[in-house]
Design a protein around this ligand. Structure first.
Ligand SMILES: [Zn+2]
Length: 476
């Protein structure tokens, strides 16, 4: 019966056997609610340049009021008029410390002329929803809002408080909402752990779910600027001391250097899982890295795979180069940018010192460049905390639900190589898990790109997943 509620759900029903009617689905009312919230969020422009996160926060706040949430359980606030964050609470029995769910409302810039459709119109076409934020991450914001409204209206009493924070400036901008809330309203979002659907998710290949990734820790992003200065002179009278050569030598030393092998609780769990999925030499090599004395040859072979390499160590790579001012002059300046992805437990300044040691050249200064392009003589002491072991109270219900909804797809703990808002919550001592019920083809990841889109089926399955997941985490 419910299947007829939506065209998009018919396909799912077809796969469901007659004895278990349409279990991976949502009812008509939920379908409509989740559709409308998704549409509303996509059509509110929340870019840093001209958009307003506050407008999206206020629209969601109104929905919570309409659903009957009381004023005391809703907070709207931020550093300025365009960057207000929303925090909402559902009260539980208080048996356990709260769970915080976070979602960023801002989106990356999108230009109408680059896109086939208007990026700020919610367009359904050929089985997809198109619009900026359909993958990153208004689909998950809408799912979280829908889930909170459903649970509240049902009168569901979780074993602990559930907190939802919808926030500003994850993608850029100066007013990161998670950071701001931690500094200004910590008591409102204090939790035992954090779930962030901005990470993880189901990987599809030709429609088949091959794995669910759970981002359980992340690397820290850091840019470093190398500069060599020289008095210069006429190029007809060259001398050995040359700014460009200094930079070239330094980059060559970097090319030949590998940061030390190091596993943490999450990357260890990743290789433990991956070695059961890989085969042959690769599986053996993974096993050989897990012992008390990791095998050097095995590490070297695994390092040839960029993904495994970046899982086992900090990486730094040259990404930009400039120098000189005329074809016939000795260079007075040469510069390069080195981009690092730093393992949890190591600070930005520690890696700056590593680079100085690797270059081993007093003629080269190594300075830290922040996200806003500011350059500093030293780097902050900021680091991502080494991750704690995965919580069974999160992983067990998750694995049970995934095996029901995507049979055969393993749950794989991963370390994200980018940085999400989890950097702030992890640093604040709240372990953060990137868990998303959204399934995307591995070759159709369009976050930040043009014509961002999400399969309609993936959306409603994600709606169903989160509702069941939150309940599974908090049954009394
Ligand atoms: Zn995102």
């Amino acid at each position: 019966m419910r299947c007829s509620a939506a065209r998009s759900l018919l396909a799912l029903c077809a796969f469901t056997s007659a004895v278990i009617p349409c279990k991976a689905q949502v009812d008509e009312q939920t379908h409509q609610l989740s559709h409308d919230i998704f549409q509303q969020l996509i059509e509110i422009n929340t870019t840093d340049s001209v958009g307003s996160v506050t407008a999206a926060s206020e629209a969601m706040m109104q929905r919570f009021f309409d659903a009957g949430f009381s004023k005391e359980d809703i907070y709207l606030g931020g550093p300025n008029d365009r960057k207000k964050n929303l925090v909402v609470r559902i009260h539980g029995t208080g048996q356990n410390k709260p769970i915080l769910f976070i979602g960023h409302l801002d989106v990356v810039e999108a230009r109408r002329e680059d896109w086939t459709t208007d990026p700020f119109k919610f367009v359904e076409k050929d089985g997809y929803y198109y619009g900026r934020g359909t993958q990153d991450m208004k689909e998950s914001d809408a799912i979280l809002v829908t889930t909170f409204i459903r649970l509240y209206k049902e009168g569901y009493k979780p074993d602990r408080d559930l907190i939802l924070a919808l926030t500003a400036d994850e993608e850029g901008g100066k007013s990161n909402g998670v950071d701001w809330l931690l500094k200004n309203q910590r008591n409102l979002i204090d939790a035992e752990y954090v779930v962030n659907p901005d990470g993880g998710g189901i990987d599809l290949e030709h429609g088949k779910a091959i794995a669910m990734d759970v981002d359980a820790t992340e690397k820290l992003y850091g840019d470093y600027q190398l500069t060599a200065l020289n008095p210069g002179g006429h190029s007809s009278l060259p001398v050995p001391d040359n700014a460009i050569y200094h930079i070239a030598d330094a980059l060559q030393r970097l090319q030949n250097y590998t940061f030390p092998f190091e596993l943490n609780a999450i990357t260890r769990a990743y290789f433990e899982k991956m070695n059961t999925l890989e085969s042959g030499q690769t599986a053996q090599d993974m096993k050989a890295t897990l012992g008390a004395t990791p095998d050097k040859a095995a590490i070297q072979r695994l390092s040839e795979n960029p993904e495994y390499n970046s899982t086992m160590r900090t990486t730094c790579v040259a990404t930009r180069l400039s120098g000189g001012h005329a074809n016939n002059a000795l260079p007075q300046t040469a510069q390069a940018i080195v981009n690092c992805r730093i393992l949890p437990g190591h600070s930005l300044e520690e890696v700056r010192q590593d680079l100085i040691r690797i270059f081993n050249d007093p003629k080269i200064t190594v300075r830290y460049e922040n996200d806003a392009g500011g350059v500093f003589d030293t780097a902050p002491d900021r680091k991502a905390l080494p991750p704690a072991a995965l919580k069974p109270e999160v992983m067990q219900p998750l694995e049970a639900l995934v095996s029901k909804m995507w049979p055969g797809a393993p749950v794989i703990p991963t370390m994200a190589t980018g940085a999400s808002d989890g950097v702030y919550t992890n640093a604040a001592g709240m372990p953060t898990y990137g868990i998303s019920g959204i399934a995307i083809e591995t070759n159709d990841v369009r976050a930040h790109g043009k014509d961002e889109r999400l399969p309609v089926d993936s959306y409603y399955k994600g709606v169903d997943f989160y509702y069941q997941f939150v309940k599974a985490l908090t049954v009394q």
